[in-house]
Write a protein that binds this ligand. Structure first.
Ligand code: HEM
Length: 433
């Protein structure tokens, strides 16, 4: 019997645009990457990218489509493939060293319902806004220390390296119960974890390897696990009221949390909990330097700081993507998505969708409402969003009254990553009040 093939009617994204969206390097240049997203939203809001070395991917660029995909966690799974985009060689290497599985990290991101709900509920209460607001005094002490340190620079510093990188790390490690002397190690591991494609973050012994992404993750995870195994054992023996004790002593479906899932939790919180926040904090300042009317407004009325925080997160969108996998044939924006098709959810694009945000490239703290999608949507929506917003608000509240003027003292630099990243350097000159 003759086989008949249906003609391929999927909208295929032009090669140059597809490469920009997939390549970690493009994300070092905002103009390039946001330009590609704008072209896609206007011309091919849901199209297929075929880039050599990668699986074919649907690129989801519209705010409404991101919400649609993310709210439907049964139809669009995280865990049937890699929830993070890697090239095929890296995925093959991960399978090779991980008993055929791509689940190299047993964190929430790698889970689907009902497993996801069982594990998320271990900490979901702890992260509720009412609980997080009780941490304000503790967080403010750390913010003050950080601001004092910034002010000790003689009018010139790197806002990222000398300031924004350290404070969110201090906050999350304090809440976690990680001793301050171990923070440099945590910072280095996180930078390696999220900067796998950035030559400045790579381990020299792996840098030239064709599967550098997967190898960096495997090596970094091993170090994280070694560290957290010890801390976890200590908290089981002697629990206190920190977040690590809560996870280490939790029970899921009636059983003690397994080692892999406990470690998955620690790594997710230890990594997601600060790089994102420090990038958004730096992005907020950069946005005000490029659009100075915002600086004047927030200096005149500090009650605008929460709006500054939201706009900083929208404009920076430090999480560049997560992946989903269709579990059955379905339709989205008039296109047929087949079971097992992969979708790349592009948060920075959704955050600049002109259908939702007027003059979307503009940094504007007066946006109202500001329904950005930088924290995702649906059951996987960022667990730490209220903590991130509290940290940023408190930091700006402590910092801005001390600064009379700020200007750029060099070119800002962004991390080479298509996953989590943003500012690597933001040189500034400032005068104090
Ligand atoms: C998940 C963004 C800060 C912990 C996510 C996701 C995004 C995101 C886009 C995926 C959502 C989805 O799949 O729908 C951000 C941004 C932050 C930030 C923009 C700061 C500005 C934090 C902080 C923590 C944190 C401070 C922890 C203290 C997590 C965890 C997940 C997550 C554990 C996985 C949730 C799940 O899969 O159920 N975040 N995040 N994040 N975030 Fe954040």
């Amino acid at each position: 019997m003759a086989t008949t093939f249906e003609p391929d009617t999927r909208p295929m994204i032009p090669d140059d645009i597809a490469r920009i969206v997939v390549s970690p390097k493009s994300y070092t240049n905002d103009e390039v990457v946001y330009g590609a997203f704008k072209w896609l939203r206007e011309n091919m809001p849901l199209g297929v990218a075929e880039v050599p070395g990668y699986d074919p991917l649907w690129i989801v660029t519209k705010h409404a489509d991101i919400r649609e995909v993310e709210k439907n966690a049964k139809l669009f799974h995280n865990a049937d493939h890699n929830p993070v985009l890697n090239d095929q060689a890296s995925d093959a290497f991960t399978r090779e060293i991980n008993n055929g599985s791509l689940r190299i990290l047993s964190s929430l991101t790698y889970m689907d319902p009902p497993e996801h709900g069982s594990f998320r509920s271990v900490t979901s209460n702890w992260f509720l806004p009412g609980k997080i607001s009780k941490l304000e005094d503790q967080v403010r002490v750390l913010a003050r220390q950080s601001v004092e340190n910034l002010l000790s620079f003689d009018g010139e510093c790197d806002f990222v390296k000398d300031f924004a990188l350290h404070y969110p790390l201090r906050v999350i490690m304090t809440l976690f119960g990680v001793p301050p002397e171990d923070e440099p190690r945590m910072l280095k591991l996180t930078q390696e974890f999220f900067g796998v494609h950035d030559p400045e973050e790579q381990r020299p012994e792996i840098a030239a390897d064709p599967v550098v992404g997967a190898k960096m993750w495997a090596a970094t995870l091993e170090d994280f696990y070694g560290y957290f195994d010890k801390l976890s054992a200590a908290r089981r023996e002697q629990p206190n009221d920190d977040l690590l004790s809560l996870i280490a002593n939790s029970r899921v479906n009636g059983l003690p949390i397994p080692r892999a899932e406990a470690n998955g939790y620690y790594v997710a919180i230890a990594t997601a909990g600060h790089d994102t926040t420090s990038s958004s904090t730096a992005g907020g300042l950069h946005g005000m330097l490029l659009y100075p009317e915002n600086w004047d407004k927030v200096k005149a009325d500090p009650a605008m700081i929460p709006k500054l925080v939201d706009e900083a997160i929208r404009w920076t969108a430090p999480v560049k993507h997560f992946m989903r996998n269709a579990t059955e044939d379905t339709e989205l924006r008039g296109q047929t998505i087949r079971a097992m098709d992969r979708l790349m959810i592009c948060y920075p694009s959704g955050c600049r969708d002109e259908e939702v945000f007027a003059d979307a490239d503009r940094f504007d703290i007066t946006r109202s409402p500001n329904q950005h999608i930088a924290f995702g949507f649906g059951p996987h929506m960022c667990l730490g969003q209220h903590l991130a917003k509290l940290e940023m608000r408190v930091l700006y509240e402590e910092l801005l009254p001390h600064l009379k003027s700020v200007e750029l003292a060099g070119e800002p630099r962004l991390v080479e990553t298509n996953f989590v990243g943003g500012y690597k350097s933001l040189p500034i000159r400032f005068t104090k009040n």
